[in-house]
Design a protein around this ligand. Structure first.
Ligand code: Z5A
Length: 216
């Protein structure tokens, strides 16, 4: 691998409500029990500036429609800040960085979902992250309806409002899902996890991969 850090960079990807937040906490807890230093973070976000950008990206009601290219550039602006202020320093310190979404989400949402050219996303990716790739990506997969119902159940319980992405039509989320499937079938970095099973099964599968990573 051409990366120059000693830490591990693990990302959690998938559609909404598939359990990324829940399982990132599980993975962090398990790794800490093994004596590892772990940083949990998320995209878009993870720093004060990047969280400000996240708020604009998720805000459901703007006075004008957000242009798709604006959305893409904001995602990468947040990522540049996050990478340089948080992720790269933590990896250089030898920590495990567990990130809730990363560039695969950009390819799935802005590329497959919005229909922006994948070549443009690749150019921005090169510019912002160079040769830094996750060491492993957990892709949590569940039928759209199940993920959406889980996400809504959690949001209702917390009193959260619908965000800008959640206002999209089902066809948008189907394209996003196809995007993730394409990415996962093209790279060995992915571990596909059946997120429709009971949580104990999901976490068993994640733990098996974490054991492999720890041993490697
Ligand atoms: N976005 C983008 O467009 N481009 C980018 O480059 C990036 C992001 C990085 C914010 O993401 C939005 O940003 C996202 C794409 C866009 N919009 N969408 N859609 P986010 O990650 O903050 O939001 P999200 O994808 O909607 O995630 P979420 O709703 O927070 O879901 P989750 O983290 O995957 O799930 P969870 O909160 O862990 O679980 C949901 C509920 O299900 C909860 O009550 C759990 O207890 C329950 N759960 C989880 N697993 C199970 C199992 N196995 N059984 C039963 N119940 C379960």
């Amino acid at each position: 691998m051409s990366q120059t850090h000693s830490g591990r960079f693990i990302t959690f990807e998938g559609g909404e409500g598939v359990g990324k937040s829940t399982n990132i906490e599980f993975a962090a807890h398990w790794l800490r029990e093994q004596g590892q230093t772990v940083l949990i973070t998320r995209e878009p976000g993870g720093t004060v500036i990047a969280e400000t950008i996240r708020n604009q990206l998720l805000k459901a009601h703007h006075a004008e429609v957000m242009d798709d290219m604006t959305e893409l550039l904001l995602v990468f602006a947040a990522r540049a800040q996050h990478l340089n202020a948080v992720i790269r320093p933590a990896l250089a310190r030898g920590e495990w960085v567990l990130c809730d979404r990363f560039t695969d989400s950009t390819i799935a949402y802005q590329g497959y979902g919005r229909g922006l050219p994948l070549a443009h996303i690749e150019q921005l990716k090169q510019l912002v992250q160079g040769n830094l790739e996750p060491d492993c990506t957990f892709l949590l997969e569940a039928p759209l309806a199940l993920g959406m119902a889980r996400a809504r159940g959690r949001a209702d319980a917390a009193g959260d409002e619908i965000d800008r992405f959640e206002t999209e039509q089902i066809a948008f989320f189907e394209r996003v899902q196809q995007g993730f499937q394409q990415l996962a079938s093209a790279s060995t970095r992915f571990r596909r996890i059946d997120a429709s099973q009971a949580l104990a099964g999901v976490q068993h599968d994640i733990e098996c991969t974490l054991k492999e990573l720890l041993a490697s």
